[in-house]
Design a protein around this ligand. Structure first.
Ligand code: FEO
Ligand code: CA
Ligand code: CA
Ligand code: CA
Length: 598
């Protein structure tokens, strides 16, 4: 891999070499700073971070734990400022609380963890002189949403018997959001947040639907069910049906009630990314991050209204309530016998083929219709995985983030890994998931028929088969492999202003830390993948946002290494030796102030 500063426009930087430093490492000539860390006070009245005396009340006014998805929204009228929205996917109690006893968590610890989940909205401000980006505490738009904030269920399953609980007999009001992984930003000025591994918070599952969603039959590791019976399915069987949705948040209205959209289905939503049809309706892509699960598309039937007036905003907040939910079925164009599970391409030289979006259910203003035999529409929206099973959707290698290119409309699907592929009792490799024991993952490029977002058919090919480029079972869109960075476990994807795809990783299996990579998807440098940064020990790289002059990443779960605790940390990032490890958002910019990668 070269000391090559050339590259596609936007990717002209010297690649960072794979490493295991307990630091964020950026290319030569670039600078970085921590924008905001777990525990920093962002709301009026919140106390300074004190890890030895953390409480739910303090945490509810401070930046949450394990930042994942990031959005930056404009703040007209406030120069040099933007509104940052971050997901707080989950908590690492052993790294948060000194002396934490996993068998006997205290109420104080559990309630603090509830307050550390959810979302943060926090205004950030650029220092024009130094390039640093920092949080503006106490801004009136700053907000925390936690595991106990009130949410409204909307769309076709809201109010259904499947969603009613003893605390909410109407089935329309839920407390909290959990495991918000990645997300998306809508063209109407809101953010979307995928509730991913919600199963881990619920104890004593017993139904077939519980097991299909990975809900265990015993106690949970966190033991929240000891402190609130809604986490115990034996006592409150429907509470779990109220998690696993796409959440919509209006960061410009701090008094707004966030929504959970049942029309987008219930599964382990990794993310939700929006594009618009030519006639102004939203299309939302979302992957279900589980080995052998599916990816989906929702096509809305209502048109977005232009402008930021009250009526337009209120209308646009209902756009995701009506439309059709589809699941993807992919068919390879090469004979199945040519897919041997090693990653060796078939005779036509490409892993590629066609696909169809299979409709599962349609929600309208007057009701909802199921397209799946044997399931009602409400069942399709609440037990979406079972609908995908019945529809014959294609079992993928963990569909994570999905991003349509704003330039070309082609859609990129990160498939992070699947070490069970091809094992006895599991599905074997197919053309769309061509490696058995797939530990490095791949990225699929999907082209909607006619370039129409609402198309029901598509073509696809594998853009990237990840791993060490010296491994013959890797593919970088045909680019010479002696000139690319090694990459493993693609997770989040984003586009920069030049149309390059940026990929962040989770779980690198090549012996170095996770990181962020940029790759051209068009032109003669298509497939030239270059590493832009690496993250500290135990961390995953999340939330990448690539603006003209700044890259933001969420450093999630630094120090999360087997056996690590507050007393025996694996990482002391970002504050150094003797200080508690803290997930944080990092900004990177060029020392000379010029645009990234030009
Ligand atoms: Fe929360 Fe699939 O990563
Ligand atoms: Ca083929
Ligand atoms: Ca993720
Ligand atoms: Ca992940």
């Amino acid at each position: 891999a070269g000391k090559d500063r050339r590259g596609a426009r936007g990717l002209r930087f010297e690649p960072v070499a794979p490493n295991t430093a307990d630091a964020v490492t950026v290319p030569e000539g670039y600078r970085q700073n921590v924008v905001v860390r777990w525990g920093e006070p962002i709301l009026r009245g919140a106390p300074a971070f004190d890890p030895e005396n953390q409480s739910a009340a303090a945490q509810a006014g401070q930046f949450g734990y394990n930042n994942d998805f990031l959005a930056l929204l404009p703040l007209p009228g406030e120069r040099g400022r933007q509104l940052l929205v971050a997901n707080h996917e989950y908590t690492d109690e052993v790294l948060m609380f000194r002396g934490y006893d996993p068998e006997n968590p205290t109420r104080r610890q559990v309630e603090t963890a509830w307050a550390a989940h959810g979302l943060s909205a926090v205004v950030v401000e650029e220092d024009g002189r130094t390039g640093r980006l920092s949080a503006v505490p106490r801004h009136h738009l700053n907000r925390r949403v936690t595991a106990t904030t009130e949410f409204r269920l909307t769309g076709p399953a809201a109010g259904s018997a499947l969603l009613r609980t003893s605390a909410d007999p109407g089935g329309r009001t839920v407390l909290g959001t959990l495991n918000n992984c990645s997300g998306g930003t809508t063209p109407w000025g809101t953010t979307l947040h995928g509730e991913e591994n919600f199963n881990q918070y619920f104890a004593h599952g017993s139904r077939a639907t519980d097991s299909r969603y990975g809900i265990g039959t015993g106690a949970t590791e966190r033991k929240w069910e000891r402190f609130d019976k809604r986490f115990d399915l034996a006592q409150e069987p429907n509470e779990v049906h109220r998690f696993g949705y796409v959440v919509e948040f209006d960061p410009y209205d701090p008094a707004s009630t966030p929504r959970k959209h049942t029309a987008l289905g219930r599964f382990k939503h990794e993310a939700a990314t929006v594009r618009m049809t030519a006639d102004g309706r939203p299309v939302v892509y979302s992957g279900d991050d589980e080995r052998f699960d599916y990816f989906y598309k929702f096509v809305g039937s209502k048109r977005m209204r232009a402008g930021n007036g009250r009526a337009a905003r209120a209308h646009n907040l209902t756009l995701l309530d009506e439309g059709t939910l589809y699941v993807a079925r992919l068919t390879g164009d090469s004979p199945a016998a040519e897919i041997d599970g090693t990653g060796k391409p078939p005779a036509d030289g490409e892993f590629d083929g066609g696909g169809e979006w299979i409709p599962l259910a349609t929600a309208t203003a007057t009701g909802a219709v199921s397209h799946v035999e044997g399931m009602t529409a409400e069942e399709v929206f609440v037990f979406t995985r079972l609908a995908g099973d019945r529809a014959g959707a294609t079992k993928m290698d963990r569909p994570e983030d999905i991003e349509p290119s704003p330039r070309t409309g082609k859609v990129y699907v990160a498939l992070t890994n699947n070490t069970n592929r091809g094992r006895s009792g599991y599905a074997a490799a197919d053309e769309a998931n061509p490696r058995n024991a797939n530990k490095h993952g791949h990225v699929l490029e999907l082209t909607e028929r006619g370039g129409r977002a609402e198309a029901t058919a598509f073509g696809w090919s594998l853009f990237l088969v990840a791993g060490d480029p010296e491994d013959p079972a890797t593919y970088f869109a045909g680019f010479p492999k002696d000139r690319v960075s090694p990459v493993s476990c693609p997770d989040n994807v984003a586009f920069d202003p030049h149309g390059n795809l940026w990929i962040s990783t989770d779980g690198n299996q090549l012996g170095s830390h996770d990181g962020l990579f940029g790759v051209a998807v068009r032109g003669e440098r298509r497939g030239e993948l270059k590493q832009f940064l690496t993250v500290p020990t135990g961390a995953e790289t999340c939330g990448p946002l690539v603006q003209e002059r700044r890259v933001l990443v969420a450093v999630q779960h630094p120090g999360e290494v087997d056996g690590a605790t507050v007393e025996r940390p694996a990482s002391t990032w970002p504050d150094g030796p003797g200080r508690i490890v803290r997930p944080a958002v990092v900004a990177v910019w060029r020392a000379d102030g010029a645009d990234i990668g030009v």
